[in-house]
Design a protein around this ligand. Structure first.
Ligand SMILES: Nc1nc2c(c(=O)[nH]1)N[C@H]1C(S)=C(S)[C@@H](COP(=O)(O)O)O[C@H]1N2
Ligand SMILES: [Mo]
Length: 325
């Protein structure tokens, strides 16, 4: 999405291609281990972060498999899904979120659901976890940068929560606002986006059963770098629509502004449906690299319309998806 200026003035393409991903993940893990070893030795790391870790890491989250909504493709290894991330609040490099997100305090945490609704609601994480039965859904996630993963998420359809607040007749869109706290998020010092990170969906997209309110992955509470304690996963849209660490959900009458659209409107539209026929202005979207799968010369996979989730096509009948990218 963002590209460092090369000294020769050229934009570097695909950040994931600068260093082959396998080499990259291995190196990051090595660096992280070294840093952790040094810090633990000093005792500071433990004191500062015991609390945050105790609440999350490794905690099991039981869920019933939803086979009908799951792909049977090979799952991305956990270490890749939790080690190769975009979460700019914790830095721009793919390994930064895994290195830095331990400072995120995920409990206590509340989500406010408000706006054009009859019954606004504030829920804490336990309230959210109890709202509907947890399901495991194995979804493809396609990043706009040209890579993809297959991840077993844990959550339930966002529609469960939206029905609870009873949207009124003016509710046409849903806006998702995520945490922006400089004390917890070192990435906020950079001006790459206008914080907080805000995303949006049309109300029918938000109510679609595939749209997942997500609290876990791989049978566990979400790692902080994957958007703990609660995020969205919208599998037929580019990954940036799947906002992490949500604090507010607002039902609104007009299409909300979104962080990526604000920063580069020609490159990131409001809809951002995965579409191999609409290229990003700076690269093709026709194919993708599956993270964690093989060696250096892994063939790319063809990207599918709506990321293969054909059941959403009817949401866009009659719409020019080149215009509404
Ligand atoms: N708050 C927030 N949410 C975010 C992002 C971000 O930078 N900040 N990055 C997005 C992008 S570009 C992608 S591809 C996915 C990555 O999710 P994952 O790290 O769990 O695979 O998160 C999305 N959600
Ligand atoms: Mo992304």
């Amino acid at each position: 999405m963002l590209f460092k200026r090369h000294p020769n003035g050229l934009d570097l393409p695909f950040p994931s291609e600068i260093t082959p991903q396998e080499v990259y993940t291995g190196r990051r893990q090595f660096i992280t281990r070294m840093a952790a070893t040094a810090a633990v030795g000093s005792g500071i790391w433990e004191m500062a972060n015991r609390e945050a870790f105790a609440q999350t890491a490794g905690q099991k989250l039981a869920a019933r498999p939803n086979v009908a909504l799951s792909t049977d493709e090979k799952q991305t290894p956990f270490k890749d899904a939790a080690g190769y991330n975009n979460f700019y609040e914790f830095g721009l490099d793919k390994g930064d979120p895994a290195d830095n997100a331990h400072t995120l305090v995920t409990r206590p945490w509340t989500v406010r659901i408000e706006g054009e609704v009859k019954k606004p609601l504030t829920l804490d994480i336990d309230g959210l976890l109890k709202l509907a039965p947890l399901e495991e859904r194995i979804y493809r996630l396609r990043c706009v940068e040209g890579w993809s993963m297959v991840i077993p998420w844990v959550g339930y359809s966002l529609s469960n929560l939206l029905k609870q607040v009873e949207p009124n007749g003016n509710a046409k869109f849903v806006e998702f606002t995520t945490l922006a706290d400089r004390k917890q998020m070192p990435g906020l010092r950079s001006g790459v986006l206008d914080w907080p990170y805000v995303e949006g969906l049309r109300i029918d997209e938000a109510m679609h059963p595939l749209t997942l309110l997500t609290m876990g992955m791989y049978g566990q509470v979400l790692p902080n770098q994957n958007g703990a304690p609660v995020r969205l996963v919208v599998p037929w849209k580019y990954g940036f629509k799947s906002a992490k660490s949500i604090v507010r959900i607002r039902l609104v009458s007009r299409q909300p502004r979104t962080a990526w659209n604000d920063s580069a409107p020609r490159e990131y539209g409001f809809y951002s449906n995965v579409n191999p026929n609409v290229d990003h202005p700076r690269w093709s979207q026709a194919s993708e690299r599956r993270i964690g799968e093989t060696g250096l010369f892994q063939p790319k996979k063809k990207t599918l319309m709506f990321n293969g989730y054909d059941q959403v096509a009817s949401l866009y009948t009659g719409m020019d998806l080149k215009r509404y990218y």
